[in-house]
Design a protein around this ligand. Structure first.
Ligand code: NAD
Length: 494
């Protein structure tokens, strides 16, 4: 079956009749369909549609735009089960997780809809008499959105709903590993009544993404994906003087102190490290164990990790699904070999799973390395798979130093019973997000989301801060004195 691009309210084939296959990672014999391998010609059409729609859309009162976004949230709610199955089939994570992915989009839709009645600006006193100063947010224009595959609905929704709420129009290049979910997103916005041209989807790979970045009418790029790609995009946006927001990789650490509730920490580490098969930007990939509980916790963890039920995400009994594709499978197996060669101690997992039906999918064992040191590549580099690197800390200060010894800074967590440790960790861990007695994953739609160092470029999606990405400020001075008043000059000479 062939799926199409969504441009100017129409479903259209790619200009050059090129296509790519979308494959179920749990069973590669299952082809979901063929999707457009779009290029600059398709992008041209979509950007033109978005540019043409901008004038009218941006002038619709924001609360009326919010009403359409709220309706989209309602439709996501209605189609949740159907969409969860579609998403699981194309990207692998279990159904309970894809339902959560959609719920995040519903929450974001409702939050963004409500924000259309705020979008607060500031009014301030003027330094001159009979003069008023105010400022408000303006939409930017055509926004290019480029996303990864691991949250095919939630992550795009963090950009799409606030961008629409603020009055922008959109061309979205979704990941070629999760294109079907993107088409359902478009169907939902169409049904919700988002006008033609306001929201467009162009499928493809890096070629289409790059054409979107380069297009002169695209004023902003909002990107989620790897740090390598994000940096490349940022360079181009710098040269072209475009606004760019980047949500990139992570290497997130959990600290467990000797006064922690170890059962609670165990549940948190298992969920953080192996949820979404470790393929989350916020996944727990480094574990720092306080020396007194190191051996005991490792034993508890190994036992539970080796019992996780691995299988197709569509099977309700599955706790951990496959990894996304052959390339990623090979990359993760490569890192496991590197960890072993570097001298880390493989304590569980390390292999591809091929028993029975699993032989047709990209399944891996949950893998844990102990005795990892901060110079090892498995400690420093994002693996993006079910691989956890564990090390030992002699003290709280040592644990914080280990956590901060990273090129990334997205999420982090500490398990402790001590108020002193908890508050010192909140202050001292270098990361955009810190959890106390909770895993590194679990962002909520109404809170700022993003990271420091190689994870981001200073922006935050989620919450009220996302509007700093998708708007520009307009400052207005209203002089009702009826005479020329000169700022900085008349005030001083008066
Ligand atoms: P990726 O960088 O390979 O691809 C991301 C998107 O960029 C895809 O749509 C891809 O087609 C497009 N792309 C690739 N090269 C491009 C180019 N030169 N110009 C324009 N577009 C281009 O990432 P991925 O493998 O899809 O996703 C995994 C990565 O995403 C991980 O590093 C993960 O940490 C990160 N991620 C980050 C967040 C976050 O919020 N920080 C969330 C989810 C995923």
């Amino acid at each position: 079956m062939r799926f199409l691009n969504y441009i100017a309210g129409q479903w259209v084939p790619p200009h050059h009749d090129r296509w790519f296959a979308n494959i179920n990672p749990a069973d590669t014999r299952d082809e979901i369909g063929q999707f457009p391998l779009s290029d600059a010609a398709d992008l041209e059409r979509a950007v033109r549609a978005a540019a043409d729609a901008f004038g009218q859309w941006s002038r619709i009162p924001a609360p009326q735009r919010g009403e359409l976004i709220r309706r989209a949230g309602d439709i996501f709610h209605r189609r949740k089960e159907e969409l969860a199955a579609i998403m699981t089939r194309e990207m692998g994570k279990p159904l309970f997780e894809t339902r959560g992915d959609i719920q995040e989009a519903i929450d974001t839709a409702y939050y963004s809809a409500t924000e259309t009645r705020r979008l607060f600006g500031h009014t301030t006193p003027s330094e001159l008499p009979n003069k008023m100063n105010l400022s408000f947010r303006m939409p930017i224009g055509v926004c290019g959105i480029i996303t990864a595959w691991n949250f095919p609905i939630a992550v795009p929704s963090w950009k799409i709903f606030p961008a629409l709420a603020a009055g922008n129009t959109i061309v979205w290049k979704p990941s070629d590993d999760a294109p079907h979910s993107a088409n359902i997103f478009a169907e939902i916005l169409q049904e919700a009544g988002i006008p033609s041209g306001v929201f467009n989807v162009v499928h493809g790979n890096a070629e289409a993404g790059s054409a979107l970045v380069e297009h002169p009418s695209v004023r902003l790029i909002a990107f989620t994906g790897s740090t390598a790609t994000g940096k490349q995009i940022a360079q181009r946006c710098g040269a072209l003087n475009k606004k760019v927001s980047l949500e990139m990789g992570g290497k997130n650490a959990v600290i467990i102190m000797d006064d922690a509730n170890l059962e609670l920490a165990l549940d948190g580490v298992l969920w953080g490290a192996f949820g979404t098969t470790g393929q989350r930007c916020t996944a727990t990939s480094r574990l720092i164990l306080h020396a007194p509980i190191h051996d005991r916790f490792l034993e508890m963890l190994t036992e539970r990790a080796s019992k996780l039920r691995i299988g197709p995400g569509l099977d309700p009994a599955t706790q951990m699904g496959p990894v996304i594709n052959q390339r990623q499978l090979e990359k993760i197996l490569g890192y496991i070999a590197i960890g072993t060669a570097e001298g880390a101690r493989l304590i569980t997992g390390g292999n591809r799973l091929t028993r029975g039906e699993l032989e047709h999918g990209f399944f891996l064992e949950p893998t844990i390395f102990a005795d990892v040191t901060p110079t090892m590549r498995i400690w420093r580099e994002e693996i993006f798979g079910p691989v956890l690197s564990v090390t030992r800390a002699d003290s709280f200060e040592h644990a914080i130093a280990l956590a901060n010894d990273s090129d990334y800074g997205l999420s982090s967590a500490i398990y402790t019973g001590s108020v002193e440790y908890a508050f010192a960790a909140m202050r001292d861990i270098e990361a955009g997000i810190t959890y106390i007695n909770a895993p590194t994953i679990g962002a909520e739609a109404h809170m700022p989301f993003g990271g420091i160092k190689n994870t981001g470029n200073g922006h935050r999606e989620g919450g009220w801060t996302v509007f700093d990405i998708f708007t520009e400020w307009k400052t207005v001075y209203v002089d009702f004195s009826g005479r020329l008043q000169r700022a900085q000059i008349d005030t001083q000479s008066a």
